[in-house]
Design a protein around this ligand. Structure first.
Ligand SMILES: [Zn+2]
Length: 221
C-alpha cells in the first residue's frame, strides 16, 4: 500500500452517532474525490458492514429511525455491499411494527447489478422482487445524492414503490419525494463539506487529492 493510503488509515478517527453511542463511524479529514464531488472527509463504514455484531446494531438503529415513518417494507435493495446489514434489518422489520405484502411473508433482500453509469439493473428473475413492491433503499454513503437519485429512478422504472432511503451516512433528508433516514448525518461530523470539483477550495490551493472514494471504500486515483 502506498504512503498516502497508509496515512489515510493512520489518521482515521472514531465518531459516535449523536443519538446512539453503541455505533461508531470511522472518518478521516483530508481532500477526497467522489464520482461527482470533492469532500473534506473520507467516511469509512467498513466495520459497520463486515462485522456481524456492528451490522446487527446498525440494523436495530435503522429500524428505530424507520419506525412511525415507514409502515410497509416488502423489499430492501442493498447497495455498496450492505447486504449483511440488509439481512439483519429484514429480521428487525419482521419482528413487528412493519407490514409486508409478500406472498412468502418475508422481506426480500436484493443486491442489484450496477452498470458503468451507475444505473441499477434488475434481471428477469429479480424483477418480481421490485415490481409493485414497497422498496427501501439501503446504502453506505450519500453525499451529493446524484447516485441515489439515479438508483431511485431505476427502482421506480422497474415498478417499485419507494418507501425510503436509508444511508449509513447521509447529507440530505429527502431525495425527490422519497424520505431519507440516515444513521449518521453531517451533525455527527463537524465541518463536513462537499464541493463541486471546480469550486473545491483544496484544489484551488493546489492540495492534491488523496484518494477516490465511494460507498465501497477508497482507492488510489
Ligand atoms: Zn478538490
Amino acid at each position: 500500500m502506498g504512503e498516502v493510503l497508509q496515512s489515510i488509515r493512520e489518521r482515521m478517527v472514531k465518531f459516535y452517532a449523536s443519538d446512539d453511542n453503541a455505533i461508531t463511524l470511522n472518518a478521516v479529514q483530508g481532500h477526497f474525490a467522489t464520482s461527482s464531488s470533492h469532500i473534506n472527509y473520507y467516511i469509512d463504514v467498513t466495520s459497520l458492514k463486515v462485522r456481524a455484531k456492528e451490522a446487527r446494531e446498525v440494523a436495530r438503529a435503522l429500524k428505530n429511525k424507520l419506525l412511525h415513518h415507514v409502515t410497509t417494507v416488502d423489499t430492501i435493495v442493498c447497495m455498496d455491499g450492505t447486504e449483511v446489514i440488509g439481512a439483519y434489518l429484514a429480521e428487525e422489520l419482521e419482528k413487528g411494527h412493519f407490514a409486508n405484502n409478500n406472498k412468502h411473508e418475508t422481506v426480500y433482500i436484493v443486491a442489484p447489478e450496477v452498470n458503468s453509469v451507475n444505473q441499477l439493473l434488475f434481471r428477469e428473475n429479480i424483477r418480481p422482487s421490485i415490481e409493485g413492491k414497497n422498496v427501501l433503499l439501503l446504502l453506505a454513503t450519500m453525499t451529493t445524492g446524484d447516485t441515489v437519485r439515479r438508483s431511485v429512478e431505476c427502482i421506480e422504472y422497474y415498478g417499485g414503490n419507494m418507501v425510503g432511503v436509508a444511508p449509513l451516512f447521509g447529507t440530505m433528508e429527502r431525495i425527490g419525494h422519497t424520505e431519507a433516514f440516515p444513521l449518521f448525518t453531517t451533525n455527527d461530523l463537524p465541518g463536513y463539506q462537499t464541493f463541486t470539483p471546480h469550486e473545491c477550495p483544496y484544489c484551488k490551493k493546489g492540495i492534491p487529492i488523496e484518494a477516490m472514494v465511494n460507498g465501497f471504500g477508497f482507492s488510489k486515483l
